[in-house]
Write a protein that binds this ligand. Structure first.
Ligand SMILES: NC(=O)C1=CN([C@@H]2O[C@H](COP(=O)(O)OP(=O)(O)OC[C@H]3O[C@@H](n4cnc5c(N)ncnc54)[C@H](O)[C@@H]3O)[C@@H](O)[C@H]2O)C=CC1
Ligand SMILES: CC(C)CC(=O)C(=O)O
Ligand SMILES: [Mg+2]
Length: 359
């Protein structure tokens, strides 16, 4: 099985090294993983002038799965947009058709103290955010800068983006979400802004229509501002949340803190053929890069999702998740989840603890 490994920028190489270590330990038990590394993001721009070189894209397309770190660095923020590191992950998602982003927010019992909410509000939390990943305002055309052609500020410089969704895009992500809910507690909350945005009234109408095919799933609708509030008020009331690209981006970062840290939130990005890219939900964290203090668990848990969703090895995925729990139960914590009475460890020590816990 060929795994394309794209470490990227900032903490990307540090966290990817730990996930690869864990996968190599699994491979020792008789699984044939081949790792092929390629540059992406700012690292690729620095090496070859483009954040997503053709060779990296074709490696990703030809692999059985892609393991991705993170891209982005403040020093590239002034580049023309098409050369900025973030275009690499956006380009991979678009080129591979990775429209379904699964972001499970699970609070490990050992991390109840690390969550920013009271234990009674979050303990036992297990929710799934299903984020549409290849549409919405992140990809909508036209976009750009121009002189305002009309309105109160006519003649002034302005910038604009376009929020849009087509019926098939909404239908396919709705099906993914309803099916996910069927495999869980059979409750789905569709998050929109239908009270203001036509795009999201359309979204709500179509999700409702698709819902008729899933009578066993209880569907409700919530405006995104209320959802942001409910996530910190009573997060356990949610089971599966389905939403658009931008709202899902924002709500999943919010949900990550319920689990103790953004360093705990993995993700799977899947296409219609079941191919997938696996990456932590966080970014390249330039503020802590190179210090050996980043939490590698979101990336290790993303590797577990890869085994489950793309490589047909669900038992090995379970094994990794159990090993993560064991490491936490031993009291080992990177600084982002550290609490009194636990032992502060480095990125590499956390990865080693997971490998050891695999037995
Ligand atoms: N998929 C991707 O490659 C993504 C890339 N980005 C890019 O990453 C760069 C930084 O963006 P930010 O907004 O700062 O978001 P970020 O997610 O990189 O960092 C936000 C905060 O969380 C902390 N953090 C993130 N991951 C952590 C980990 N594993 N362990 C401990 N602490 C962690 C960081 O230190 C920082 O304080 C930007 O260039 C941005 O565009 C942002 C999100 C996703
Ligand atoms: C480049 C961004 C859209 C990445 C991001 O924030 C995310 O996918 O969570
Ligand atoms: Mg994000």
């Amino acid at each position: 099985m060929k795994i394309a490994v794209l470490p990227g920028d900032g903490i990307g190489p540090e966290i990817i090294a730990e996930a690869v270590k864990v996968l190599q330990r699994i491979a020792q038990d008789g699984f044939d993983f081949t790792f092929e590394f390629a540059p992406v993001g700012g690292a690729a721009y620095a090496a070859s002038g483009h954040p997503l070189p053709e060779a990296t894209l074709s490696l990703a397309k030809s692999a059985d799965a892609v393991l991705f770190g993170a891209v982005g660095d403040w020093k590239y923020d002034t580049l023309e947009r098409h050369l900025r590191p973030e275009q690499a992950i956006l380009g991979l998602r678009k080129n591979l058709g990775l429209f379904a982003n699964l972001r499970p927010a699970i609070l490990y019992a050992e991390l109840a103290d690390a969550s920013s909410l009271k234990p009674e509000v979050v303990s036992g939390l297990d929710i799934l955010i299903v984020r549409e990943l290849t549409g919405d305002i992140y990809f909508g055309q036209p976009r750009g800068r121009r002189t305002a052609p009309d309105g109160a500020f006519v003649g002034q410089p302005e910038a604009f983006d376009t929020m849009r969704y087509s019926r098939p895009e909404i239908e396919r992500i709705a099906h993914v979400a309803f099916k996910a809910a069927q495999g869980r507690n059979k409750r789905l909350t569709s998050v929109d802004k239908a009270n203001v945005l036509e795009t999201f009234q359309f979204w709500k109408d179509i999700v409702t229509e698709v819902g008729q095919q899933y009578p066993d799933v209880q569907l409700d609708h919530m405006y995104v501002d209320n959802a942001a509030m409910q996530l910190v008020k009573a997060p356990k009331k949610f089971d599966v949340i389905v939403t658009g690209n931008m709202f899902g981006d924002i709500l999943s970062d919010e949900a990550s803190m319920l689990t103790g840290s953004i360093g705990m939130l993995p993700s799977a990005s899947l296409n219609e053929k079941g191919q997938g890219l696996y990456e932590p939900s966080h970014g390249s964290a330039p503020d802590i890069a190179g210090q050996g203090i980043a939490n590698p668990l979101a990336t290790i848990l993303s590797a577990a999702m890869m085994l489950r969703h793309s490589l047909g090895l669900p038992e090995q995925a379970d094994r990794i998740e159990a090993a993560v729990q064991k490491g936490l139960a031993q009291g080992l914590r990177t600084p982002d989840i550290h609490a009194p009475g636990t032992q502060k460890v480095s990125t590499a020590q956390m990865g080693d603890a997971v490998v050891t816990a695999l037995g």
